[in-house]
Design a protein around this ligand. Structure first.
Ligand code: PRP
Ligand code: URA
Length: 209
């Protein structure tokens, strides 16, 4: 199966990613930019969502319209993935939000799972995994492993900045999962941070750095 990796080339996305990267950007502005970028990446990532026809009455007549048919689940990876929820959720208020808690072990860089309250069987048709950073890819792969074990059949990964190493690991482990990013950076450094990246997304989002 050919993997699908989409990196936005939209000027607005490039503009906002630049502001997000800036070390002078404070947590309030960082949150706002993440929220806006999440909407822009989700707009592109949901272009193939199934719709069904519905009748709608306007003030001047009848029209045939469309409504989203698929049940969509947002799956933010704690903590930093929380920054991508609000904007998408406001745009698609009927989506469900299911949290997965993972942190990277600083020594091994491998993900450690600490939160998962998924119900017994899937309640959505399409899962959008939300995490701003795709570094080694360990967290994304582990989250998608969890969702597949749950029974999710259609999954997409939505991130803001990816490293080539993470994209490679994710698309090799899960070639059926499309990857949508706002930017694809150069590489990882020797402690697993994306270069040039934006630093620690969770710390910058929550002001804990
Ligand atoms: C960050 C980020 C991803 C992960 C990416 O989370 O939000 O989840 O690192 O790295 P990977 O691709 O190498 O797995 P972190 O573990 O720092 O936790 P936090 O969001 O709670 O700060
Ligand atoms: N997690 C982050 O928050 N930033 C990185 O550059 C890599 C992992």
């Amino acid at each position: 199966m050919q993997s699908q990796v989409y990196v936005s080339n939209h000027p607005l996305v490039r503009h906002k990613v630049t502001l997000l990267r800036n070390q002078e950007t404070d947590p309030k502005k960082f949150r706002e930019l993440l929220r806006e970028l999440a909407i822009l990446v989700a707009y592109e990532a949901t272009s193939d969502v199934a719709v069904e026809q519905v009748a709608v009455t306007t003030p001047v007549g009848n029209a045939t319209g469309e409504k989203l048919q698929e049940r969509i689940g947002l799956v933010p990876v704690l903590r930093a993935g929380l920054g991508l929820v609000e904007g998408i959720w406001n745009m698609m208020p009927n989506t469900q939000v299911w949290h997965i808690g993972l942190f990277r072990d600083e020594r091994t860089l491998e993900p450690v799972e600490y939160y998962n309250r998924l119900p017994v069987s899937p309640t959505v048709d399409l899962c959008l995994v939300l995490d701003p950073m795709l570094a080694t890819g360990g967290s994304a792969v582990a989250t998608i492993d969890i969702l597949k074990r749950w029974g999710a059949s259609r999954i997409k990964f939505l991130g803001i900045i990816g490293a080539p190493e993470g994209v490679e690991r994710l698309t090799t482990s899960h070639p059926d999962v499309p990857v949508h990013l706002a930017a694809l950076d150069e590489r990882l450094n020797d402690i697993g941070y994306i270069v040039p990246g934006l630093g620690d997304a969770g710390d910058r989002l929550f002001g804990t750095g």
